[in-house]
Write a protein that binds this ligand. Structure first.
Ligand SMILES: *[C@@H]1O[C@H](CO)[C@@H](O)[C@H](O)[C@H]1NC(C)=O
Ligand SMILES: *[C@@H]1O[C@H](CO)[C@@H](O)[C@H](O)[C@H]1NC(C)=O
Ligand SMILES: *[C@@H]1O[C@H](CO)[C@@H](O)[C@H](O)[C@H]1NC(C)=O
Ligand SMILES: *[C@@H]1O[C@H](CO)[C@@H](O)[C@H](O)[C@H]1NC(C)=O
Length: 458
């Protein structure tokens, strides 16, 4: 820096002085300002980014999901206690009910403990962060005294001016009306938007299984109304041979599985066990892509028997017709099972459809019903779900956002590519996505986290 200044000055000096006899010249540059402490600024920058990374949206949702779990748990306890009172005849039945209530109390206690720990953590974080912010502010104010040329101050003034101008300009235009959303023929009218995450939990095996699925049975057997299920791809992120149950949402969150596992087969994988993450539970049966076959398997939880239905010739399977985004395809996502108000659906693709999504209804007794062909390319989609007879497809926008961009109405055949409904993700990849018509929740399994969102109908 100094050298650059010296050379032209020297040239000028020698030119004006016209003294060729002197072969050396020295220019002195005195700098009256204090040198700017770059190291202090970079320390502040580091501290600020550390402070930022301490506070994540995950932390807020964690508390909310625990509260939601508790909220769902308490009415159940109340019901069971009143049942106990009614049955209090000194007989065996009341002893059994007492055991049920005791168990529930234990679960609630675990939930409250988790809440306590989470809350204490948050309190600590808040105190810490407030202090850190105060320190950062003081340091920045001190650094500002170096800004003798008022560069930073002018920039701030400019920014404020620009913001005021923007506000003024936006105030002149009315806010854009939301575009009309597709009609689904169902009791909830039009799909308008989606909430932020309502449940966010690492469950019983935090971080252990990247691929999986979870949810609740839309048509549960008597006594299993509050049950939640989970399937983890335990073998090579590809296969599984059991479904795990939780007596309630809060049990799933705290990771206490009372009913435990129901096994399809002792080997994994083997004929008719689970391949790929996009499975669903409906009517006390698990529907999934059968291992190494272009077929849907239905595992009856009562009989523990498996029934299969063959998909059309040309169906892509064994990781040849996956969901993808630009950087990655999700292995073994050839078949996506889905539930909505009307039952079970299967989403797949075939060679003759050139990789575009094909949608078939799965009928009872087990058979393939009506089939629809769409013009959306399966590899341009990250996942799909059904709600009210309408197929919705998502695409990857960035690690924080997924967009529900596409819909296909099975009643009218209408296709739309411009929905523009955004899902606020808690981790990069959604491996399973399914709609629960019971409570209009969308259940997602993302990089070993279980997340759910509420679908907002208008
Ligand atoms: C919450 O945790 C703290 C520290 O572990 C403990 O002292 C306190 O008793 C707990 N409170 C409840 C309500 O469990
Ligand atoms: C509070 O700040 C200190 C350093 O200032 C850090 O070591 C500690 O982990 C922070 N605690 C929490 C809960 O963030
Ligand atoms: C949908 O919800 C998000 C927040 O959850 C909001 O920012 C957005 O404006 C909403 N979109 C519409 C069309 O209502
Ligand atoms: C499972 O098997 C039981 C007993 O045969 C039967 O009643 C029930 O309908 C079956 N479930 C499904 C979904 O087929």
């Amino acid at each position: 820096m100094k050298l650059h200044v010296i050379v032209p000055l020297c040239a000028l000096f020698s030119l004006t002085q016209q003294t060729p006899s002197r072969d050396k010249c020295v220019c002195e540059l005195t700098h009256s300002e204090k040198a700017f402490p770059h190291d202090r600024l970079s320390t502040v920058e580091d501290d600020a980014s550390k402070c930022n990374s301490n506070i994540t949206p995950q932390k807020t949702v964690e508390l909310e999901s625990l509260l939601l779990g508790l909220e769902k748990r308490l009415p159940q306890l109340e019901k069971d206690v009143s049942e106990l009172k009614r049955e209090d005849d000194g007989q065996l039945s009341s002893v059994l009910s007492l055991l049920v209530v005791e168990n529930e109390l234990l679960e609630i206690k675990q939930l409250i403990n988790r809440l306590n720990i989470t809350m204490l953590g948050h309190q600590r974080l808040t105190t810490n962060t407030t202090k850190e912010l105060d320190d950062l502010r003081a340091e920045m104010q001190e650094l500002e005294t170096y800004d003798t040329m008022q560069v930073v101050k002018r920039q701030q003034d400019n920014q404020n001016l620009k913001r005021d101008l923007d506000q003024c300009r936006n105030g002149l235009y009315p806010t854009a009306q939301p575009t009309e959303q597709p009609h689904g023929h169902c009791p909830h009218s039009q799909f308008r938007n989606i909430s932020g995450p309502r449940v966010y939990t690492a469950g019983e095996y935090p971080g252990s299984y990247k691929y999986g699925a979870w949810g609740r049975d839309p048509k549960p057997a008597a006594g299993k109304e509050n049950w939640h299920w989970m399937v983890l791809l335990t073998s090579g992120n590809k296969h599984s041979n059991y479904v795990r149950f939780y007596s309630s949402l809060s049990s799933l969150i705290v990771g206490v599985s009372t009913p435990g596992n129901v096994q399809i087969h002792s080997s994994n994988p083997t004929t008719n066990t689970i391949q790929g993450p996009n499975v669903v539970l409906y009517g006390d049966a698990l529907y999934y892509n059968c291992y190494n076959q272009d077929a849907v398997c239905r595992f009856n939880l009562t009989t523990k028997g498996v029934t299969t239905v063959q998909l059309p010739k040309g169906t892509r399977f064994n990781s040849k017709g996956n969901f993808c985004h630009l950087d990655e395809c999700y292995a073994f996502t050839d078949l996506d099972l889905a539930t909505d108000e009307s039952g079970v659906w299967v989403i797949y693709t075939t060679t003759q459809d050139f990789g575009n999504i094909v949608l078939s209804k799965v009928e009872e007794p087990l058979a393939l019903g009506q089939t629809w062909r769409t013009s959306v390319y399966k590899q341009a989609v990250t996942n799909t779900f059904m709600a009210c007879g309408v197929l919705y497809a998502t695409r990857y926008v960035n690690k924080d956002t997924e967009e529900i961009f596409y819909s296909f109405d099975t009643t009218t055949g209408e296709e739309r590519f411009n929905l523009g409904i955004f899902i606020n993700k808690m981790s990069s990849n959604i491996y399973a996505l399914n709609y629960s018509p019971v409570d209009q929740m969308l259940h997602a399994y993302c990089d070993s986290y279980m997340v759910s969102y509420k679908i907002l109908f208008s």
